[in-house]
Design a protein around this ligand. Structure first.
Ligand SMILES: [Zn+2]
Length: 424
């Protein structure tokens, strides 16, 4: 064996497990494996998880905070306007440099798969070319999946549909959309039909920014579910954001959730962004805006949490830490039960991995040896502490390491060190 990790806990609750790795894949998982390996790693009862997966991000906008100015109102619409101001000034090299820098941060955080939307409304398709280049360069250590995203509306913006099809022809894999940003509800519904039919025809997945609004009448998710069902796209269609669902009439939602389930539609909430961008037109009480995560899960609909933005026109913070995303999602959705907290961990690991269609993902024999050793005993402790990544592995090779978090105390009659885990 090349590597064996001893005494690890797994996210499913197994404890004291060894993980043997050979030729970049997991060869065996079990207690006290009687194996020799070139390298032994002692997990010391810490959690080994498959890598974090971000199902919703914008790698073309990331790390552009303050360019050309900051978002003064903090609203979604000013962010879109600001991005429009920045677009003509973008250069391919700057896009590539920023995206690569973010991918470095991601790897350090154990985030090894990202679905990124890429804006296709600029006729030059600079961002598409740049992110396809980034995808090639990071492929040895990070899976980057691109969505052709018509930020200004596939019907509202001239050439957007043509550009979207050009982007797909260039190698972008997923069809995006933004029906709530089209001029009318009818044009929004029409955009969903056109895009779903194109995806079905091309055998592609669909992931739309859908109903990112506080308007309870923004019901494009219904149309998305309808076309997903009609075209047989079950499991391949995702509604991102779905924030209007927060404000919808409860009776209507009781009809909507089974429709989504029947159509095999996935949901992605973006807790950090939803809690900051939604409810901006409210005084008090102020809506949280995030979609109905526990109710979607209870209806059997897969829900992932995305980061969406890091230091861009819409969000001034963030560092690629999916545990911070899960932490916020847990709080906003009030998912404080033990099972619910574990569901929040799944929403940044196994669920988005399934939505992206990642192959060989997991801690099981035959899977890729892609994993993260966390400075925490279990998923709940990992979220509580936004635990450090002791070690990040890709295809059996260590790609990032961090020291364990520990503070040195200078107190009389107290221990010299403190860490934040009970009993340590
Ligand atoms: Zn987004």
């Amino acid at each position: 064996m090349d590597v064996v990790i001893r005494n690890a806990n797994l996210a499913d609750g197994q404890q004291g497990v060894d993980i043997a790795i050979e030729h970049g894949r997991i060869a065996a998982v079990g207690p006290r494996l009687p194996l020799q390996a070139a390298r032994e790693i002692d997990a010391g009862g810490d959690l080994v998880s498959p890598p974090f997966v971000d199902a919703h991000f914008h790698l073309d906008a990331t790390l552009s905070y303050g360019l050309p100015r900051v978002n003064a109102s903090g609203t979604l619409l000013e962010g879109i306007a600001l991005w429009g101001e920045l677009k003509p000034q973008l250069t391919q090299q700057a896009l590539i440099d920023r995206a690569l820098q973010y991918c470095d941060w991601a790897v350090a955080r154990g985030l090894l798969a990202i679905r990124s939307h890429v804006d296709v409304c600029d006729d030059r398709l600079l961002a598409v070319e740049a992110l396809l280049e980034v995808k090639r360069r990071v492929a040895p250590y990070l899976d980057l999946q691109l969505v052709a995203f018509p930020q200004d509306g596939v019907l509202r913006a001239p050439h957007a549909l043509i550009n979207l099809k050009r982007a797909i022809a260039m190698g972008v894999e997923v069809v995006g959309g933004i029906p709530h940003f089209e001029r009318t509800m009818a044009e929004g519904a029409e955009s969903v039909r056109i895009l779903c039919e194109f995806a079905a025809d091309q055998g592609l997945m669909v992931d739309m920014h859908c109903d990112e609004s506080d308007d309870p009448m923004s019901r494009h998710i219904e149309t998305l579910a309808c076309h997903s069902n009609r075209l047989g796209l079950h499991g391949r269609v995702t509604g991102s954001h779905l924030t209007s669902m927060h404000s919808m009439d409860n009776y209507y939602v009781s009809k909507l959730l089974p429709l989504m389930r029947e159509a095999g539609v996935n949901a992605i909430a973006n807790p950090l962004i939803n809690i900051t961008l939604q409810g901006r037109h409210d005084s008090y009480p102020k809506r949280r805006g995030m979609t109905r995560v526990p109710e979607l899960l209870a209806a059997g609909i897969p829900v992932a949490f995305g980061h969406d933005c890091v230091m861009d026109p819409w969000y001034s913070l963030g560092s690629g830490d999916m545990l911070e995303v899960a932490h916020m999602g847990l709080h906003v959705a009030q998912m404080t039960g033990q099972q619910a907290m574990r569901d929040c961990f799944r929403a940044v690991t196994t669920t988005p991995a399934a939505i992206l269609g990642l192959r060989g993902y997991g801690i099981a024999p035959g899977c890729h040896a892609d994993l993260v050793l966390l400075d925490a005993a279990d998923p709940v402790e990992a979220i509580r502490l936004r635990a450090g990544r002791r070690l990040v592995m890709r295809r059996g090779k260590i790609v990032a390491e961090s020291p364990r978090a520990q503070a040195r105390l200078h107190l009389p009659q107290r221990p010299e060190h403190v860490d934040f885990r009970l009993g340590r």
